[in-house]
Design a protein around this ligand. Structure first.
Ligand code: ARG
Length: 498
C-alpha cells in the first residue's frame, strides 16, 4: 500500500488537479472537449462505479473507513442533486470527483486512487448498456409473446403470399406473423449473446497499464453485478467492441422490423389490413387519407441503427492502443441506436397486433394470379408425374388465362395434360382433387410439412416458439435478478460506511 500523504501534500495535489484542469480544459475548446451533458446517460452508472470502487478500496485497506464513509455520503448528496447540478469538470467523472472534493475536502480526492477515467468510463458504459440491453430484450420478448398469440388467432386466415411482390402461394396471417416471431427469436439471442460480453468488469485496469495498488477486480465486479473481469488491462480500457456487437444486433433487429413494416405498408395499400387509428396518420390536405406512418417510421428508423453501427465502426477503426479521446464520441452511436430501435419494436408490435384482418378480402386475394399453381403441380407429382412435367403442364395451362381469370378450369388442365403427356388428367388425379388444389384454403391446408402454413403445422411451431420464449424470459429474469442482487449488496455495503 502507498504511504499516506501528509495533509499539506493532499491539499497541494488536489489544488494541482484544479489548476491542471483549468490549464488544459478552460480555453476556447472547453465545450468541444466536454462530454458533461452527454454523460447524463451514465450519471447513475458513474455513481455506482464510484461506490463499488471506493468500497473495494476500503476493504483492501487502501483508503480509511472514515474517508470512505464521507465520500459515500457525498455521493448520496450528489445523486440527490442530480446530474444538472454538476458543473466543474469536462465529463461526469471529473465533475462528480470535484463535487465530492467540494463536500469532503482534499480527502475526497482519494476516490480516484488506483483508477483512471479510462477504466471508469468503460465501466460506466458497460453498466448502463447492460440495463438498456435488458430493457430492449424485455421489449422484444413482449413483442414476440404478442406475435405468438396473434399467430394462434390468425392461423386460419388465408392470405396471399408473395415473392418478388408477385402473387406466389396462399399462406395465412398466422404463418406470416410467426415468421417474424422466429426472426425476433434470433434477434433476442444475438442481444443476449452481446449482453454476456458487455457484462465484464474493466475496473482495475486504470489508464491501461494497471496499478501498483492491491485492487480486487473481482470484488468490484461482484458489487457491480459484472459476471467476470475484462482481463487484460490494456484491452479493458481500450475496447468498445462490445458496443459494436450490441449495435450490430440492433441493426439486425431493425432490419427485421423494417421488413415487417414494409409488408404491412404494402398490405395496407391493397386493403389487406386495416390499421388501428392510433397507429395511423392522416394528411393535412387530403381528408380521406389514413396512412401507415407509424410503420413507415419503423422502416425509416432502421437507418438509425445502421447509421449507429457505421458511425461506431468508423469511430473505432484504426484507433491505436490504449485510450484515445475519439472514444468519447463512440457511445452516442450505440445509445441512439438502442433508444430508436427499442421504440420501433414497441410501435411495430402495437401496430401489427391491433390491426384488423379482412378475412374475405384476404381469401379472395389469396387466389389471385393463379397462386395455387404450385399446389396443382405438386398434386400431379404426388400422383407419379415427374415434377418437371407437372410444372410444364400447369405453366401451359396458366398461359391460357385471360387478365381477369385466376386459375384454369379442370377441362383446360385436362386438355393441356393430354397434349403434353399424351394421357388425360384423370389418369393421374380426379376432378375433386384438382378442384381442392385450386382452392386457396385447401391449398394452404395441404402444406402441412414442419414449419409450413397449414394451421396444424403453425400450431405445432408455435408450441416450440412458446417454449423458446419462456426460456428467453427466464434468461432475462436471471440477468435482471443478478443485477438487482448486486445493487442490493452494493447498497448495504455503502450503508455500512455512511
Ligand atoms: N470522458 C472521456 C470518455 O468518455 C473519459 C475521459 C478520459 N480522458 C482522458 N483524457 N484520458 O471517453
Amino acid at each position: 500500500m502507498a504511504e499516506e500523504p501528509s495533509e499539506g501534500e493532499r491539499r497541494e495535489s488536489s489544488d494541482e488537479t484544479v489548476v491542471r484542469r483549468d490549464r488544459f480544459s478552460g480555453g476556447p475548446a472547453r465545450g468541444f472537449l466536454s462530454s458533461l451533458s452527454d454523460d447524463e446517460r451514465i450519471f447513475a452508472a458513474d455513481l455506482a462505479v464510484d461506490r463499488a470502487h471506493v468500497v473495494m478500496l476500503a476493504e483492501q485497506g487502501i483508503i480509511e473507513d472514515d474517508v470512505t464513509g464521507e465520500i459515500l455520503a457525498a455521493l448520496d448528496e450528489i445523486e440527490a442533486d442530480g446530474h444538472d447540478a454538476l458543473t466543474d469538470g469536462e465529463d461526469v467523472h471529473e465533475a462528480v470527483e470535484s463535487a465530492v472534493i467540494e463536500r469532503v475536502g482534499p480527502a475526497g480526492g482519494k476516490m480516484h486512487t488506483a483508477r483512471s477515467r479510462n477504466d471508469e468510463v468503460a465501466a460506466c458504459i458497460r453498466y448502463r448498456m447492460r440495463a438498456d440491453l435488458l430493457a430492449t430484450i424485455a421489449t422484444v420478448i413482449e413483442a414476440r409473446q404478442r406475435f405468438v398469440e396473434m399467430a394462434l388467432e390468425t392461423r386460419g386466415i388465408v392470405m396471399p403470399g408473395y415473392t418478388h411482390l408477385q402473387p406466389a402461394q396462399p399462406t395465412t396471417v398466422g404463418h406470416w406473423i410467426a415468421s417474424y416471431e422466429q426472426a425476433l427469436q434470433r434477434d433476442t439471442s444475438r442481444l443476449l449473446d452481446a449482453y454476456g460480453r458487455v457484462n465484464q468488469n474493466p475496473l482495475g485496469s486504470a489508464a491501461f497499464a494497471g496499478t501498483p495498488f492491491d485492487v480486487d477486480r473481482e470484488r468490484t465486479a461482484e458489487l457491480l453485478g459484472f459476471a467476470g473481469v475484462a482481463e487484460n488491462s490494456m484491452d479493458a480500457s481500450a475496447t468498445r467492441d462490445f458496443l459494436v456487437e450490441v449495435t450490430a444486433a440492433l441493426a439486425n433487429l431493425a432490419t427485421t422490423l423494417s421488413g415487417l413494416a414494409e409488408d404491412v405498408i404494402v398490405m395496407a395499400s391493397k386493403g389487406h389490413v386495416e390499421l388501428a387509428d392510433e397507429y395511423s396518420s392522416t394528411s393535412s390536405i387530403m381528408p380521406q387519407k389514413k396512412n401507415p406512418d407509424t410503420l413507415e417510421l419503423v422502416r425509416g428508423r432502421s437507418g438509425d441503427a445502421t447509421a449507429g453501427l457505421n458511425g461506431l465502426l468508423t469511430n473505432l477503426k484504426g484507433q491505436p492502443r490504449a485510450y484515445n479521446r475519439d472514444l468519447q464520441r463512440a457511445g452516442r452511436h450505440a445509445w441512439d441506436a438502442i433508444d430508436s430501435v427499442t421504440e420501433s419494436v414497441e410501435v411495430a408490435a402495437g401496430a401489427v397486433t391491433t390491426a384488423e384482418w379482412p378475412v374475405e378480402t384476404l381469401r379472395d386475394a389469396a387466389g389471385e394470379g393463379f397462386s395455387t399453381a404450385t399446389g396443382v403441380a405438386d398434386l400431379l407429382a404426388m400422383a407419379g408425374m415427374p415434377f418437371r412435367t407437372a410444372h410444364e403442364v400447369v405453366a401451359e395451362a396458366a398461359e391460357t388465362l385471360g387478365p381477369e381469370e385466376n386459375a384454369p378450369d379442370y377441362e383446360t388442365l385436362d386438355a393441356v395434360c393430354a397434349d403434353i403427356v399424351g394421357e388425360p388428367l384423370s389418369q393421374f388425379v380426379d376432378r375433386e382433387a384438382v378442384e381442392d388444389a385450386l382452392d386457396p384454403v385447401q391449398s394452404v391446408a395441404m402444406r402441412d410439412s414442419r414449419g409450413g402454413p397449414a394451421p396444424e403445422a403453425v400450431t405445432e411451431a408455435l408450441d416450440t416458439a412458446q417454449q423458446r420464449l419462456d426460456e428467453d424470459g427466464t434468461a432475462l429474469a436471471e440477468r435482471q435478478d443478478a443485477l438487482a442482487a448486486a445493487a442490493a449488496e452494493l447498497d448495504s455495503e455503502v450503508e455500512s460506511y455512511v
